[in-house]
Design a protein around this ligand. Structure first.
Ligand code: GLP
Length: 240
């Protein structure tokens, strides 16, 4: 595991964008995308490099980590919508090749299985961007998730619902269920890039990097992966 400590979140965005652009130069064709605030500096940097340096994403496909059950891509709080407005609409990537779990499916468990099969068939994902939740979750794999889990329906903890309530008009609107790539699915990617910023994330960063590998800190599964880069600002390293 490579740990890159940067002075500021903006520097972290540049480092993560270097990794993505470097991989594209070497022939990477499949990106794994995360929502949340952690990757935003990375996405801004990728948009800048596309506009100013001509980095092209035209040959790329992308897979999102997760989606809320009950939200469709036209709803602003859905992750499919969020990733379009934050990244995809500003690049030359073909929207039809940006995939996310079908949160609006009548049978979410079946939609999860289909999504996992699509990743297996079209993968592996070359570079997977990850954030980390305050309780150590990645994607929406809450504590106690199996380290070998595949894409499936999960129930959010009240803490994660509260953490994500800022994106909804009313905290009660935060869905209880999600479809998330499993920890095993995420681990199939060739290169995992975890981005964490701010002192709030320091305990989760410590548990992920220095703690025991345990289902109770889902991000600790990264310790088992052969190619991981953790990009953290100084504030997030406070407990290392
Ligand atoms: C959500 C997402 C995760 C993300 C986490 C942290 O739970 N499902 O993928 O890593 O939030 O979000 P933030 O980066 O906003 O702190």
């Amino acid at each position: 595991m490579e740990i890159v400590i940067v002075p500021s979140p903006e520097d972290g965005g540049r480092i993560a964008a270097d990794i993505v652009c470097g991989a594209i130069e070497k022939g990477a064709r499949t990106l794994g995308l995360a929502t949340g605030s952690s990757p935003l500096h990375t996405y801004r940097e990728l948009i800048k490099r596309h506009r100013e340096s001509g980095v092209s994403f035209a040959a790329m496909s992308a897979y999102l980590l997760d989606e809320y059950v009950g939200l469709t891509p036209d709803q602003p709080q859905s992750y499919a919508h969020t990733i379009r407005t934050e990244l995809v609409d500003h690049l030359d990537i073909d929207n039809a090749r940006v995939f996310s779990p079908d949160g609006g499916a009548a049978d979410p468990s079946e939609a999860a299985r289909r999504y996992d099969a699509a990743i297996v068939d079209n993968g592996p994902i070359d570079v997977q961007i990850l954030g980390i939740g305050l309780n150590g979750h990645i994607g929406f794999n809450e504590p106690s998730s199996s380290l070998t889990s595949r894409t499936r329906v999960k129930t959010l903890t009240e803490r994660t619902r509260a953490d994500n309530a800022r994106f909804f008009a009313d905290p009660a609107d935060v869905p209880h269920h999600v479809i998330t790539q499993g920890l095993g699915t995420i681990s199939d990617a060739k290169h995992l890039v975890l981005i964490a910023e701010g002192a709030r994330k320091a305990p989760a960063v410590r548990a992920a990097i220095e703690g025991p590998v345990s289902a109770f800190c889902p991000a600790s599964v990264l310790q088992l992966h052969p190619h991981v880069t953790v990009v953290v600002d100084e504030a997030a390293t406070g407990e290392l």
